[in-house]
Design a binder for this molecule. Structure first.
Ligand code: KIV
Length: 267
């Protein structure tokens, strides 16, 4: 299977929708890699893997460690790693230093950062120096406190125009695709039709050029599930059942049975 490149992703604009999922670990990346177009090592790992209340406490070290685990397993999907809060907003130079470190240490093909028109100089600085950038507009989780919560964005005409302006400036700065989070269908449709680069929606309707979900949410791993997420499985129930059975077998000494004792006689 051929590895997808940044130009391949760009060429999918208006074509078959892009399939994107987050991944944070090597075993999950191995399963997802042949099935998706993009593996996103999102800073959502702070909440999903580390149990944080928001993504704000995620460090560059965490992103580098998980990014490396995922990129090492990705033979087909394009691997994109999030730049965490505080590691790129100060200046284009700070953003380049962080992005270069993430790309060096992980082997990923691109980075993602949140922001609109105010981040366009930074995006342009990165892109001109060879760092492919995925943008992220609309609901930006790193701004949860400034936004007063995880709220749908672009609810009125002015809000919708601001998101369009943000998306256009991120595109014009050189981003190769843009995550659009938490916007209604009419806004997503309008922006998608006006951009040359693919939009990747999350809570943003099917009007986008692709969709992304947090893997643990769509697998039903438990915990809070946002209302725009469809659970395609209930893995937490499978785990609970397996662990209950294991516990019972340990207590009644039916595990380990003869085939799991040395010398092994597995069939
Ligand atoms: O951090 C993340 O996982 C993300 C996606 C949900 C878009 O930004």
């Amino acid at each position: 299977m051929k590895r997808l490149t940044v130009p391949d992703i760009l060429a999918r604009k208006g074509d078959t929708p892009l399939v994107v999922l987050t991944a944070y670990t090597a075993p999950m990346a191995r399963i997802l890699d042949p099935l998706v177009d993009i593996l996103l090592v999102g800073d959502s790992l702070g909440m999903v893997v580390y149990g944080m209340e928001s993504t704000l406490g995620v460090s560059v070290e965490m992103m580098a460690r998980h990014g490396r685990a995922v990129a090492k397993e990705a033979k087909h999907a394009l691997t994109v790693v999030d730049l965490p809060f505080g590691s790129y907003q100060e200046s284009p130079a700070q953003a380049f230093a962080t992005a270069a470190r993430i790309m060096n240490e992980t082997g990923c093909q691109a980075v993602k950062l949140e922001g609109g028109i105010e981040m366009s100089d930074t995006i342009n600085f990165l892109v001109e120096r060879g760092v492919p950038v995925m943008g992220h507009v609309g609901l930006m989780p790193q701004r949860v406190h400034a936004m007063g919560g995880y709220k749908y964005q672009g609810r009125n005409e002015e809000g919708a125009e601001n998101i369009l302006r943000d998306a256009q400036s991120v595109q014009d700065a050189g981003a190769f695709s843009i995550v659009m989070e938490g916007v209604k269908e009419s806004v997503a449709r309008d922006i998608t039709s006006k951009l040359r680069v693919p939009t990747i929606g999350i809570g943003a309707s099917p009007a986008c050029d692709g969709q992304v979900l947090v893997i643990d949410d769509m697998l039903g791993m438990g915990g809070y599930i946002p209302s725009f997420v469809k659970s395609y499985a209930h893995i937490s129930q499978v785990i609970e059942q397996a662990v209950k059975t294991y516990g019972e077998e340990v207590k009644n000494r039916t595990f380990p049975s003869a085939e799991y004792c040395f010398p092994y006689k597995k069939k």
